[in-house]
Every structure is written in C-alpha cells, then in structure tokens.
Design a protein around this ligand. Structure first.
Ligand code: SAH
Length: 225
C-alpha cells in the first residue's frame, strides 16, 4: 500500500509527452546517440520552463525563461550535445546556464559540467531547480563566459548557448588537445552553428546548421544594449 501511494506522488504527468518528444522530434531530427536520447527522455524539461508553460515544455519550440532569454528547442539541445561527442569521463563547460536545462542534459552524459551565466537571477534559479532534481555534478559561476573559466580549464568540450560576433579566443585556448567546441556565431536571423575541433594548435572548423540564439553579451561578445 505504501508503495502504491509513493508511486502516485512521484508520478510524472509529462512522461508520455517526453517520450513522444524523443520519438517524434529527436529521432526523426537525426539524433542517433542512445545516451543522449535516454538523457532527453529522462530530464524533466517542464521543471525548467516558466510557471504556467509546463504544458508547452515538450513542443518543438524554444520558450521564454525570463530576462528576455529562452530555453532552446529540444532538437537543438540534443543536436549540440551530440555535436560535442560527449564521453562519460568528460569535463564540459557550458556558456549560458539560462534555465539549467542544457546543463542537466549534459550532466546525464558526462562526469562534470561547469556552467557560466551572466544574469545572477537566472543562475540562482537554475541552481535551485538542479538541486531539487538531485544533480550533483554541475558547478556554477556568475560572470562573462566569453572569458571561459580559466581556473577549471582545460575542458574536453565547450558548448555555447548564445550567439556572438566571433569565436572567443579564450574558449579555443581552454580546450584540451582533441577537444570540441560548439558555438553559434552571427546576429539575428543570420547565425551559423559551428563545430571547432582542436588538433594541437590547429582548429578545424565545420558549419553544422543555420540557427537562432539570443545574444552572447560580454568582453568578446556583443556589447550590452
Ligand atoms: N542553455 C540555456 C539557454 C539559455 S539562453 C538553457 O538550457 O536554458 C542563453 C543564455 O546565455 C542566457 O541566459 C544569457 O543570459 C546567457 N549569456 C549571454 N551572454 C553570456 C555571457 N557572456 N556569459 C554567460 N552567459 C551569457
């Protein structure tokens, strides 16, 4: 009896919607890595969206999270995660904590996540949600992510979730040999998602897709408006 009651309380009303997001958006969208599909099927995206928007959390679209920022659409989160080819032992840096959703997905597939956000309110809110969901392998920092996180560098991979005018040099410098960096570059409607792979002192660059992110604001990003 106790067991039944506990199950009822923990039941997740969005489990079916989340499974459909995986089968109807992510797999048709080309996501192949089973660990990433499993992570996307597990992380409660509805816990990261603004109050009252839970019903929309598993739709194929970005959603507002306050401070004029957005949580990216599920397929883009999965595609960026797949692009960095995450390994179980990796230490990964994320720029733009936002809601904390992308950090949670990363935390499911790598050993340690470091996440920087320039808006303290967003960072604090994300920490609360991730704590409540029992994530223990995410470190947070409030500051300018265009400078990276030198004290914790180097990283196996870096994932930038806001679009800047250039690829900040600090982020290249903070990659291990063989490290991967995924970053949107450009403004407004004209943005490209780039994948940079470090090979000693060479940086191979590949264009993944067109995209639309909020602005990367900082010393090596756009100026504050
Ligand atoms: N990864 C987030 C997406 C948030 S949108 C999620 O899963 O919800 C991008 C975020 O980048 C915004 O919260 C914005 O405030 C932040 N940002 C923009 N420029 C930044 C910078 N230079 N350093 C750190 N965060 C930045």
């Amino acid at each position: 009896m106790m067991h039944e009651r506990r199950r009822g309380r923990d039941a997740d009303p969005f489990e079916v919607a989340r499974r459909r997001m995986v089968t109807e958006q992510l797999i048709p969208g080309g996501i192949r890595d089973q660990r990433i599909l499993a992570a996307m099927g597990k992380v409660k995206r509805h816990a990261f969206v603004s109050a009252g928007m839970e019903e929309q959390a598993y739709l194929d679209r970005p959603l507002p999270i306050g401070q004029g920022q957005t949580i990216s659409q599920p397929l883009i989160v999965a595609a960026m995660t797949e692009a960095i080819e995450p390994q179980a032992d990796d230490r990964v840096l994320e720029i733009g904590t936002g809601s904390g959703y992308q950090a949670a997905v990363l935390a499911e597939v790598v050993k340690q996540v470091f996440s920087i956000e320039r808006h303290s309110g967003l960072s604090i809110h994300a920490r609360k949600i991730l704590y409540r969901l029992h994530y223990k392998n995410i470190s947070f920092r409030i500051g300018d992510g265009t400078l990276g996180w030198p004290e914790e560098a180097p990283f196996n991979a870096i994932l930038v979730t806001a679009s800047g005018p250039i690829i900040p040099q600090a982020l290249r410098d903070q990659l291990v040999d063989g490290g991967r960096l995924v970053i949107p570059v450009g403004e407004g409607d004209v943005q490209e998602l780039l994948l940079i792979t470090r090979n000693r002192d060479r940086f191979e660059e590949r264009r993944l897709t067109g995209c639309r992110f909020v602005k990367l604001v900082g010393e090596h990003g756009w100026r504050e408006e």
